[in-house]
Design a protein around this ligand. Structure first.
Ligand code: NAD
Length: 279
């Protein structure tokens, strides 16, 4: 195994999520892709949401279908209310219901603060925060309508918000992104508090540095890689599968008592590694 790979798929129990229907947003790339595949490997039927790149989405669908579960690619912009409502309606019509939402879609539009345009600020907030709000709201409506089905899961539904270590680590030059993830943290906790009595579990995953297209600049030269590893006590860059496996756990009844928590999957990045030798 190379220093960037996560654990292989065959560590996932194939029946852990049997009978569950999952929607992963932004699932034709990076973390979303790996998560959709891992949920399928765990026995869930999976809707692969994408906003652009149908071919990539279809490849993910093919890979998931090879596990003997159902999968389909749905195009929708998560920041567009009408498209999110239509996507959820379609899922309920074609898959019967939804049990697991992984609100993963996200992007960056970086700029020094005084040069950041309103459009850059707004785009990141629209996709990273409002997009999660819209998808979570529509999923929660269906969870509440259907209620608990004990043969499928102990919970009426699970929402997993893809946050970031930047929900707590300030990030100069990325004020829109860090603000969106700070917002995700409080949205997640508030939803968890509001929905837990209805047996809906809302949690978040905060990835550290994961090798995906979103952060190519941070790992694609030896110098960038060396600088990045200084921030990671566990001394490897994360793989999308590292996050996918956390999502499988949070979606499953194994973690049924985990409510309103952020699971940091970051190789220790939030341990303030600069203080290991100083301070
Ligand atoms: P990525 O660029 O590979 O994937 C992002 C996905 O979101 C893509 O499929 C993209 O098309 C999709 N997307 C963007 N706008 C969308 C929209 N309006 N509607 C639907 N889909 C849309 O990057 P990734 O690293 O896999 O990022 C996934 C999530 O993980 C993001 O929320 C990101 O903030 C978070 N994250 C990533 C890292 C990392 O190191 N890679 C660290 C912390 C958090």
């Amino acid at each position: 195994m190379s220093s960037t790979e996560g654990a292989p798929l065959d560590v996932i129990p194939a029946h852990l999520l049997k009978g569950q229907k999952a929607l992963v947003t932004g699932a034709n790339s990076g973390i979303g892709r790996a998560t959709a595949v891992a949920l399928g490997r765990a026995g869930a039927d999976v809707v692969v949401n994408y906003v652009a790149g149908r071919e990539e989405a279809e490849k993910v669908v093919e890979e998931i279908a090879s596990f003997g579960v159902r999968a389909a690619a749905y195009e929708a912009d998560v920041s567009d209310e009408g498209q999110v409502v239509a996507m959820m309606d379609r899922m309920v019509q074609e898959f019967g219901t939804i049990d697991v939402l992984v609100a993963n879609a996200g992007l960056q539009r970086d700029a020094p603060f005084t040069e950041m345009t309103l459009a850059q600020w707004q785009k990141v907030l629209d996709v990273n925060l409002t997009g999660q709000f819209l998808c979570a709201r529509e999923a929660a409506k269906e969870f509440l309508r259907r209620g608990v089905v004990p043969e499928v899961s102990r919970a009426a539904g699970k929402i997993i918000c893809m946050s970031s270590v930047h929900q707590i680590i300030p990030w100069a030059g990325h004020v829109n992104y860090a603000s969106s993830k700070g917002g995700v943290q409080m949205m997640m906790q508030t939803l968890a508090q509001e929905l837990a009595p209805k047996k809906i579990r809302v949690n978040a995953i905060a990835p550290g540095a994961i090798k995906t297209p979103i952060n190519r600049d941070a790992w694609d030269t030896p110098k960038a890689r060396k600088d990045l590893l200084r921030l990671i006590p566990y001394d490897r860059i994360g793989a999308p599968e590292d996050i996918a496996h956390a999502a499988v756990g949070l979606a499953s009844d194994l973690l049924d008592y985990v409510v309103g928590t952020t699971l940091y999957v970051d190789g220790g990045m939030t341990l303030f590694p600069g203080f290991a030798t100083g301070g």
